[in-house]
Structures are given as C-alpha cells and as structure tokens.
Design a protein around this ligand. Sequence first.
Ligand code: PHE
Ligand code: ZN
Length: 849
Amino acid sequence: MRDAAPTTVYLKDYTPFGYLVDSVSLTFDLVPNATRVTARIAFRPNPEAQDRTFFLHGEGLKLIGAQIDGQDVKPELTDQGLTCDVPDGPFLWESEVEIDPANNTALEGLYMSNGMYCTQCEAEGFRKITFYPDRPDVMSTFTVRIYGDLPVMLSNGNPSDSGDGWVEWTDPWPKPAYLFALVAGDLVAHSDRFTTASGQEVDLNLWVRPGDEHKCAFGMEALKKSMRWDEEVYGREYDLDVFNIVAVDDFNMGAMENKGLNIFNSAAVLASPDTSTDGNFERIEAIIAHEYFHNWTGNRITCRDWFQLCLKEGLTVFRDSQFTSDLRSAPVKRISDVIDLRARQFPEDNGPLAHPVRPESFQEINNFYTATVYEKGAEVIGMLKRLVGDAAYAEALDLYFARHDGQACTIEDWLKVFEDVTGRDLAQFKRWYSQAGTPRVAVEERWAEGTYTLTLTQSTPPTPDQPDKAPQVIPVAVGLLGPNGDEVRETQLLELTEERQSFTFEGLAAKPVPSILRGFSAPVILDRETTTEERAFLLAHDTDPFNRWEAGRALAQHTLLDMIVNGTPPEPAYLDGIQSVLRDEALDPAYRALMLGLPGQSELAATLHERGHTPDPMAIWQAVETLRQTMAEHLQDLLPRLHAEAQVDAPYRPDAEQSGKRALGSAVLGLINRIDGGVLAAEEYGKADNMTLQLSALGALIRAGKGAGQLAAFYDQWKDDRLVIDKWFGLQVSLAEPADTVKVAVHLTRHDDFNWKNPNRFRAVLGALAMNHAGFHHESGAGYSLLADWLLRLDPVNPQTTARMCAPFQTWKRYDAKRQEMIAEQLDRIAAAPGLSRDTTEMISRIRG
Ligand code: PHE
Ligand code: ZN
C-alpha cells in the first residue's frame, strides 16, 4: 500500500488519548481473502485528557458497519482512520471490517505465511486489523474468539472457551494493542511444563510446521532457563497458565514478545545440530530469553509512546546479555557485544542516521528499531548499573516493578526510581538518552614523583539537528600495571563528568601502564596515542580480559592502517603477541578464537576516514589478505597443535565449552587453509557431522577457490531445508572475491529458490552483498546499483524490510568523490520512484542528507 505525504511526529507533542478502554472483545472469521473482524470496545472518557476527539486508527480496512451502544453510526473515514461523534459518558463501540490477509505481503497486521495465519502488530500494525486507538498508552484486557477451519488457533492469554470450529482466548492483563497476536494453522507442538517459584504450573508449547518437530528441543530448554533465571536474578515470575511460542517463515524481524504468544522468525528459534551452527544456537538462546524477559520489561510495564522504545528494548537487551554472560562466558559475551556495537551502532551514531537513544521525532517508527535504541540503549543501562553499583541497581529495579506494574512509562519514570533509591541527581546522566553521537575520550598522562595523573577530555561530534553537545557522565574503569606486569592498582571507576578532568594515583614505585576503559565501561571511542610496546605489554599482561583482547585489537588495527597508508609490512609485535596468547592453553579457546579476529573492513574504512584519509576498499581488502597470509605463515608451527586442541570428542552440544573449541578450530582452519590450499578443509568437509563444522569447512573451500563440488553437494543435501539454504545463499556472496561479488549475487538472484519476498532469503543475498565491503564498494558501482534495483523491487511489497536494507548506504560520505557520486545517483533514483513507501522515503532522505 502506498502512503500519502509523510508527516513528522514529535515527542514534545505527546498528549493522552481522550478515552480509556475498559475491555476489548474481538471476533475473527478467518478466510484468506476476506477475513471478517468484529470489535466490541468499551470506552469511557479519560479524566486526565483535555482533547475529546474520538479518532480511531485504521488502515486498509473495509468498514462493513459500526454501532455505538447498538445504534448504527456513519463515521468519517480517512486513509489513516476514522472520527465519529460519541456520547459524553461511557459507551460501547462496535465495528465490523473486512481484511485480506492472503495478499498482505508487508507482513504487518494479519497476514499469511505458508498457509498459516499470523499477526505482527508492533509498532503500528493493529490498525490494519481493526479500528482502534493504536498507541501503547491505551491498555485494555482482551477476549478473542477465532472462527476457522484450522487445527490450531491461538491468541494471547489463557484459553477460556471453545466450540465446534471456534476457540476463545482471554488475556486478563491489560495490554496495548501492539502486543495483540493471533496464529492459526496446521501446527504441531513441542510441549513441556514449568513450575514457577510460587508453585504455579505453566504449559509451555513451541508450535511449528509438521516436519520441524526435531528443531524444537533447544528452544524449549532455553525458555525454561530464561524463566528460571528471571525468577532468580530479577525476582520476576510468569503470570499466565500457558506460554506459547510460534515459528513462522515470513517475518520482518527476529521475534516478537506478544503477551503469552511470542512469534518468532523460524531462523530465530528452530535449531538442530545438523542444520544450525553454534552461533545460531547462541543467538536463539538469547532471543528466546529476550522475548520472554519482555513479559516484565515491555508488557507488564510498557512504553507511554514510541519515543520511549528504549525503555523496553534497551533494558531487555541488557537483561538478555546478562543472561548469556551467566550461562556462557562473560568476557567472551562482552567482547562479542562490543564487536557488534562497533560494527552496527557506531556507523549509525557517526553518520547521517544518527539519533538519540530516545529520539525526539520520526516519520515512520519502524525505522527506529535500531542498534542505537537497542544496543546503545543497553549500554546506557550497563553504565547506570556500574555507576550506582549492583545493590542499588537491584533495589531500583524492584522499585520500578513495584511502582509501575500495569503502566505505560517514560524514561523519566525509569530514571526516577534510580534517583529515589540512590539520592543521586541523574539530570546529566540523562544526556545519554537525548544526545546522539559517540563521545570521544582523549587521554593524557603525567608521571612525577610517585604520582600518576590521567587527564581525560571528552567531546561528541555534531550529529543531524544537534550541532553542540554538553559533557556526559562517562564511567571510565581504570586499572594500573607495574613494569613487571603486576597489577599495582585494581580496577577503579573514574567518573568523567566535566569536559576535561584529571585523576591522580599516588604512592606508586614506578611509572605504571594504564589499562583504560576496562570491560568497555562506556560506549565511547578512546583517543589515545600510545606505543606498540605498551599495547604489546597490555596484550601480554592485562588482567582485564576485555582490555587484553582490546590491546590485541588495537595492535591489529594499527598494523593494518600502517600497511594501508604507508605500505609498511605487518607489525612483528602484533604477530608475536598473538602467538603468545594462542600458546597459553590456560586461556579459553573461545577467547583465543576472538584474539585471532581482525577489525572489520568497514570499521577500518571508518577509522581511515576519521583520520583524514579517503578509504580505498580494495586497498583495505588487500591489507587484510596480506596480514592473514602473514599470520598463517608466522603461526605455522603452532597451528597443528591448536587444531588438535580444538577437536571435540564428545557428542555435539552447543554449549560454551564445545562451541569455543569449534570457534578456535574454525579460525585455525582458516589460517591452515592459506598454506595448504584447501587440503584440510576438504578432509574436514568430508567428515563434518554438524552444521558448524560443515559450514566452516565449506567456507574455507570457497576461499581456497576449491568449493564448487561441495557447494553443489551441500545444496543437494539441504535443498528441502529453507534455513540451511539461506546459509548457502549467504555464504557464497559473503566469501566472494571483490571483483566477483556482484556477479555471484546476480547469479543467485536468478536461482529458482530465490524467493525474494521472504525477508530471510532477501537478506541472505542482498544483506550479504552489503556486508562484503570490498565487493559492495567495487569501483564499478555495480554493487550499489544491484542493491538499489532490489530495494525498488521490494518496496511496494514490503516497505519495512526495504527501509532497513537502505542502511548500507549510510556510510557513503566516507568514500571518494566517484563512489559518492555513484551512490548519490542510486539514492536519487530510489527517492524518485513513484509511490515510494513512507518507510523508505524517510530512510533515503535522511541518508542523502
Ligand atoms: N519488539 C521486538 C523485539 O525486540 C522486535 C520487533 C519490532 C519485532 C517490530 C517486530 C516488529 O523483541
Ligand atoms: Zn525487544
């Protein structure tokens, strides 16, 4: 559906709705092209509101009839909704509409996926189901009756009644409409039970299409672990008799926390050792936890308006990362999160799409489900916890749940509980929510007569609509090491609140080496001129696992930039330092695998740009290739031993221990591959008995230019498994050489299995294209025009996924004039398309600037 001229919504304009909703009763008569929805909604005037305009959202609905207190009414309709004259006191609104789920390709509202009905209402999809005040501060209980000829018909809450061809669900917890869900289809359940801490029995079901039953066990275990963890760590129990999860193949995002009926992209829940990698398992465990945790942080306490999205998302991401740290390795999780933050959030925060964690305006809210709202939003909570301490954090959370249960809240409410518990003024801290951009912290040091002084200076570059920034509260965790590598000062939290501030450490016998921003204590960029020797020293001795890794990463970055800019050969101190770390068998294999990683090529381009160079994607690619080859040769003698250490004898388990070994094995295989030209990879492919090993061997073969036979065999083996075939598509594009990337991608878009209307498949090819830095930015510009072609094709079908896939263009101003010109041409071509969706229009115009 095409939209009219876009309008901008502002946080400052918030007003409450003129009416409260006491109850909602819905009936669905499910028919693919003509589903009837009747709604009975009990309204009453909201004493807190001034404006009594009765406006109900509604889009793409065919109104059959409407009544107020049983009398027919003729509301005034627009393409956004309806208005109607209503009585002064309480009244019953009834309406009947017809919708067409079978032709809903946008995957928002009620739609069909493989013959199954399902819904997606966040953020503003409920208005495509019936006329309603579709805003999160309007909360109500819901009763839902579903009529249909389908074996399984589900909605929120508990089953309350059923008859021949119909079922009824009642959700006793008041909720906003965005948490509404309905699923109906031919589904089978993997079932289990959970007893809550207070003894309530809960039925757990994971609903999948017949044939997927063998991919449910892991998700179910993850759910039970999440339920237990939330009781033990946050004191939060589940609150219904049943918890349902459904897997659907066509879904725009990862998953959705609908009350009592979570709906998941099948890629984010279905798992088996044969078809899923260790990375898939870990991600699934985290997403199950994330959606489950939303039951308290999001559902019981929801958002007043969509500007407050980080209230539920930042907190829930923070909670799911705590969960993963507790279940697996905390340092490995922290390092992975920072890698991800730098790859996805930093480019956003430092480009044309920069926006505060709590944005102040938007055209299309779907464009604000971003790494800034989610991941930076979680970092902000991590900082708050670090600043107030664990005990005060726990107390503040208890107060938050006690005070705001059942309410639709704001960031002000959230910060207030921390102020009340600690007595601390958080006015300055709040700038983390209102100022966009990644702060930079510059470090100066002074040493004199036993006193070491660190002077920190903060600054945040201008971002769209925010030319000037005020200083933020930056928690900087610092430890000091003595010349022999011993820690002479344990980690201490410095609070940088001024623009420039000094901190002294007295009584030291010798000039220490500082370990700054331990654990990545704040989402900032540290500007620090330091020597290779010092980095190598920290790589060898730092007791903080994050900063030890960070020292290796800094050395890698330094040597790569030097190679690119000055043509210098790879830095021996880096190679030797990494070698010592790898030799240390006391270190977790997963940690050593991370040590073998290099900064991403896009990240290198960003750093070059920041330092006044014009990044050349081909030169970056070449430097990474050269460094990898040098590493392989330098570490050659050690590799067989590491490879042996990485072998797993026990039956496959996707836990931290085994996956750590496989991660190390895969990194080592990548290096051996550069020496033996694919011999070991072919051998490993032949004997791989799980997807992690199979895919890592296949990747190595492709890189060695020897994978053609195995690629074809892989396809034959897995052609009936859509999630594995997504990997097959993605891998070929990700691993293609720069000059071949577009050719490979084009070829795959012509494959019979390229169902481009399926978001997972679309992303497997076009997302992988955009992630292949040197291939996407190939000097021909063919990468840019291919992505633009597909965005134009997808936009009328699925605006949300199209808009999200515009993001790869956000970094365009980093590159040379020729590339900028070619990208601008594509952006303008997209913008000029007649009837372009509001989603994509907003993204393209923000990126174009
Ligand atoms: N609220 C979902 C989550 O973070 C994400 C989502 C947003 C899903 C919008 C669908 C649509 O868990
Ligand atoms: Zn979420």
